[in-house]
Design a protein around this ligand. Structure first.
Ligand SMILES: NC(=O)c1ccc[n+]([C@@H]2O[C@H](COP(=O)([O-])OP(=O)(O)OC[C@H]3O[C@@H](n4cnc5c(N)ncnc54)[C@H](O)[C@@H]3O)[C@@H](O)[C@H]2O)c1
Ligand SMILES: O=C(O)C(=O)C[C@@H](O)[C@H](O)[C@H](O)COP(=O)(O)O
Ligand SMILES: [Zn+2]
Length: 371
């Protein structure tokens, strides 16, 4: 066995449907032990452009199961009702039963779509995610949020459906384009601000160019970000709120109110992680202008995201959007209640709170700071 296959880290996700997130290298051979012997058929839902990288997964499945391979459109184009319907039809033709299972292989768009198909087929079959982007490893594949987009906005249809396992094979990041890796760092830095200041210290003291698939610091960042996510979802899987007034799972949505609106306005040309970076800077400006967040912590947001190569303004992300172009999409954010917008903001690093119903003048003023 190659050395890279020997060491791995298992992060247990407790709760009603427990599973493990495995971080390591060369992990495809673990799939049969997760899926078990009662599974007859496996549908491999993979980003079609990654067919070559998916071969080890296919090789690990074919000796044990009747495998149905379904190539999906690239990126966000996979997250549509039409693609989900195509998958349902294929599962129906194959006679997929509740003891059969889905494996996803791709970035967050693939795990979101594949997780949604698994959540809805027969009202729920098992799914194992094999994320292939940094963003999907640290965020999308973990925690059970699945979904697709609609004309009104991002992730507006979906379900909570926890995976039976997650295999984060860091070797897969070798083929990931640099800008996609950088986009994934957006969610990692977000985790630093909402929960783990050590992540910020690593980012601030490391040459960002050295953060490659082989980098031990990147491995450390992946593990830390996954632990942040796991701790949050174990405490509040369905985003109903935490104990003692803590916002619970909504903390993972830091930066997403503006971020999702920017993505939608760009026709999903702007990467999710890039939009989240701008959205976090916006949320920091909102909190600063509301007198909740010290100036230096707001400035630290700009520095940390910019340091790793992420945009810190809407125009810097390549979007030509003003406040009035975005406010409509912000209103369908899942944190909104009726006509009241709610923002996850910070009063300091790892000190989250909900800012409910801020004045439009404040929302506009904060926007000027990221326009
Ligand atoms: N469910 C959740 O909790 C959650 C969390 C965060 C983000 N998301 C969702 O995840 C999506 C973003 O995910 P993403 O950033 O992974 O983008 P993505 O899935 O769109 O992938 C980005 C691009 O990288 C390519 N790619 C993927 N892996 C590759 C590899 N190893 N080598 C070469 N190319 C590769 C993809 O084919 C695609 O073209 C968004 O839709 C976002 O809403 C969901
Ligand atoms: O897991 C969560 O909870 C998150 O909010 C993580 C986000 O990074 C992720 O982008 C998620 O898909 C956003 O969900 P949504 O509920 O705002 O659609
Ligand atoms: Zn996100």
């Amino acid at each position: 066995m190659a050395e890279s296959q020997q060491s791995h880290t298992e992060i247990h996700v407790g709760g009603a449907s427990p599973y493990d997130v495995v971080l390591g290298r060369g992990l495809a051979e673990r799939l049969p032990s997760i899926l078990g012997e009662r599974t007859e058929r496996v549908a491999l839902l993979y980003a079609a452009e990654l067919a070559e990288q998916a071969q080890p997964v296919l090789d690990a499945l074919v000796p044990h199961y009747d495998v149905l391979g379904l190539g999906l459109p690239e990126g966000e184009d996979a997250k549509t009702s039409a693609v989900a319907e195509g998958c349902w039809d294929a599962l129906g033709e194959k006679g997929f039963t509740r003891s059969d299972a889905i494996v996803t292989f791709g970035g967050g768009a693939t795990t979101d779509l594949g997780g949604f198909v698994a959540a809805t087929w027969l009202r729920g079959v098992r799914v194992v995610h094999v994320p292939t982007t940094l963003l999907a490893m640290v965020d999308a594949a973990v925690g059970g949020k699945t979904g697709i987009n609609t004309a009104a906005g991002k992730n507006l249809v979906g379900a909570f459906h926890e995976p039976a396992g997650v295999l984060c094979d860091l070797d897969l990041l070798r083929s990931l384009p640099r800008e996609e890796l950088v986009a994934g760092l957006g969610e990692v830095v977000k985790c630093g601000f909402i929960a783990d200041p050590e992540i910020l210290r690593f980012v601030e003291s490391t040459d960002p160019a050295s953060l490659t698939a082989e980098s031990p610091v990147l491995t450390e960042l992946v593990e830390r970000a996954v632990r942040v996510k796991v701790d949050v979802v174990v405490a509040d899987l369905k985003e109903t709120g935490g104990a003692d007034g803590h916002p619970g799972r909504e903390i993972l949505n830091y930066g997403h109110t503006l971020g999702h609106a920017v993505e939608k306005h760009s026709g999903y040309a702007i990467r999710h992680g890039e939009a989240v970076a701008v959205g976090c800077v916006y949320a920091a400006e909102l909190a600063r202008l509301a007198g909740l967040l010290p100036d230096e912590v707001a400035a630290r947001h700009r520095e940390a995201f910019a340091r790793v190569g992420l945009p810190v303004s809407v125009s810097g992300a390549g979007a030509e959007a003003g406040f009035d172009d975005l406010i409509g999409a912000m209103r369908v954010d899942k944190k909104a209640r009726g006509s009241q917008l709610r923002f996850l903001v910070l009063t300091g690093v790892a000190e989250p709170m909900i800012l409910a119903g801020p004045d439009e003048a404040l929302l506009r003023a904060a926007f000027e700071a990221v326009a």
